[in-house]
Design a protein around this ligand. Structure first.
Ligand code: AHR
Length: 496
């Protein structure tokens, strides 16, 4: 009997690694992401912490194996002067966070706080430099401050502030959204500015060069990518960014929990657009860089809705339902399948902002459905991609359609194969056959994420409402796996 959906392994000659950095995160000085989220300070708190960073958040992020963390923005990055955030906390100046709610930023979480936290988490920092309102010298100094082991004005200043060893930060963003909040630049102008900044961001580590990332296109702005690829010499750039949010309409984003069926479809359609964006931007990059030396870095992605009623509109605090689990599962499948070019990505954002993996309220903390998808998918990190072909049924709404099923597969270093499958159809179960070609498997087990209702979420009263469950429904016979994916569900299978 033919299933509606067929996944076929199509192993080729080339091996592609799913770079673990696809599973990166993003923490901006925005709303309650840093302050009253990740960071509760060292004084006046009863919440258990390490150097002011919540222990429960540290444990949860460690469990995700987060490979990198982008900071301090976002739009905030192009207003941020890093020297405001070093030295004795009592002496740091207070500034206004102009992009996000106009609140006072006292700079108590700065460079040392962030980089030490990354060490604690075992994650690689990704620093976004200020190009919009900063200076070349300022960014060049930041690189020297965090990366230089010898004697220099900036490394001496670092030592005065209590840190002997450099942190050796590899990932550097040269501005953010230069086409918008980062300076409203044209691509031609930004490409020239980029060349200048990148030139003076020296490699103080002498360990193979900084991984400089150019501020990338807004969604389908293909001219942006084309101009950057044409104008920036290869020795100055390792990654070109891309930002795309799953959003219904910027002026009418809809609620995060009580969305209509139509809003659900439109969100999924916008999330699915990522597939086309990645393919079209990659095709442009292929023209100038056929050897794929430059990575496509999707350093902002996720669902963006109206804020929770009664919260500060500038804080971008939203709940996270099974819709978000669908966005995460689908998007990560897209990235995995394009891993040759997409070698880094950052979900926006880590805690209490947009499609967060963690929400906090006072001393309470919860893991969102998105967290659970990232946790289930961590098996793909640095695994070898198994290319697949997929015939999917359609998810149809009002005559429009998008694929109901997405999938990706990989072989981990320990030899185990993992297949992640997502069914975004909110009402229909999907029968699936996976043809594993010449692979011989003896056993199969799986994990499932779904819920009773699509609009379910984890609340502070019921934080474990949605969590992964054991999935034993997949059968393997010869080289065929058969299973049924429940409506709005994510399944990750493990094959031995
Ligand atoms: O993630 C929120 C904001 O979205 C970021 O600050 C900005 O880069 C983007 O527009």
């Amino acid at each position: 009997v033919w299933a509606q959906n067929v996944v076929t392994f199509t192993p080729g000659k080339d091996t592609v690694t799913i770079n673990k950095h696809i599973y990166g995160h993003f923490a901006e000085h925005l709303g309650r992401c840093i302050y009253d989220g990740i960071y509760v300070g060292e004084e006046n708190t009863t919440i258990p912490h390490t150097n002011g960073v919540r222990n429960d958040v540290i444990d949860a992020l460690k469990n995700l194996n987060i490979p990198n963390l982008r900071w301090p923005g976002g739009c905030f990055a192009d207003t941020y002067h890093w020297k405001d955030g070093i030295g004795p906390k009592g002496k740091r100046p207070s500034i206004v966070n102009t992009w996000w709610g106009g609140v006072t930023e006292n700079n108590s979480f700065g460079t040392h706080d962030f980089l030490n936290m990354c060490e604690l988490l075992g994650t690689e920092p990704y620093l976004a430099g200020n190009v919009g309102s900063g200076e070349v010298q300022e960014l060049s100094d930041w690189v020297q401050y965090v990366n230089f082991g010898g004697k220099s004005p900036m490394s001496d200043l670092r030592r005065e502030n209590g840190r002997e060893k450099p942190w050796n930060v590899k990932f550097w963003g040269v501005g953010n959204e230069a086409w918008g909040c980062g300076g409203n630049m044209t691509p031609d102008y930004y490409a020239d500015v980029y060349r200048k900044y990148a030139t003076f961001m020296s490699d103080w580590t002498n360990t193979g060069g900084l991984f400089r990332i150019a501020s990338g296109a807004n969604g389908a702005d293909y001219n942006w990518t084309e101009t950057l690829m044409k104008k920036i010499p290869k020795n100055l750039v390792k990654g070109i960014a891309l930002h795309h949010y799953a959003v219904i309409e910027w002026k009418k984003k809809g609620p995060s929990t009580m969305y209509t069926d139509e809003q659900y479809f439109k969100t999924m359609k916008s999330a699915w657009l990522m597939n086309e964006l990645v393919e079209k931007h990659s095709a442009i990059m292929d023209k100038y860089d056929p050897a794929k030396e430059i990575a496509l870095v999707v350093d902002e992605w996720g669902g963006w809705y109206e804020v929770e009623p009664g919260t500060n509109p500038g804080f971008l605090y939203q709940q996270n339902t099974m819709r978000d689990a669908m966005i995460a599962g689908m998007t990560l499948n897209i990235f995995n399948n394009h891993a040759e070019r997409v070698r880094m990505a950052n979900l926006a954002q880590t805690v209490n902002v947009l499609q967060a993996v963690i929400l906090t309220e006072g001393n309470k903390m919860l893991l969102t459905p998105t967290y659970h998808v990232m946790e289930m998918y961590k098996v793909h990190q640095d695994a070898t991609l198994i290319p697949i072909q997929l015939n999917s049924a359609d998810f149809v709404f009002n005559g429009e359609k998008i694929p109901a099923v997405t999938a990706s597969a990989s072989i981990a270093k320990d030899g185990k194969t993992h297949i992640s499958l997502v069914n975004i159809d909110p009402t229909k179960e999907q029968a699936i056959t996976v043809d594993v070609a010449d692979k011989k498997y003896k056993s199969i087990n799986g994990r499932l994420l779904t819920s009773k209702k699509l609009r379910d979420f984890n609340s502070f009263d019921n934080p474990a409402n949605i969590k992964p469950a054991v999935f034993n429904e997949a059968q393997i016979k010869n080289n065929q796996i058969a299973l049924k994916l429940p409506p709005f569900s994510v399944v990750v299978l493990e094959l031995n």
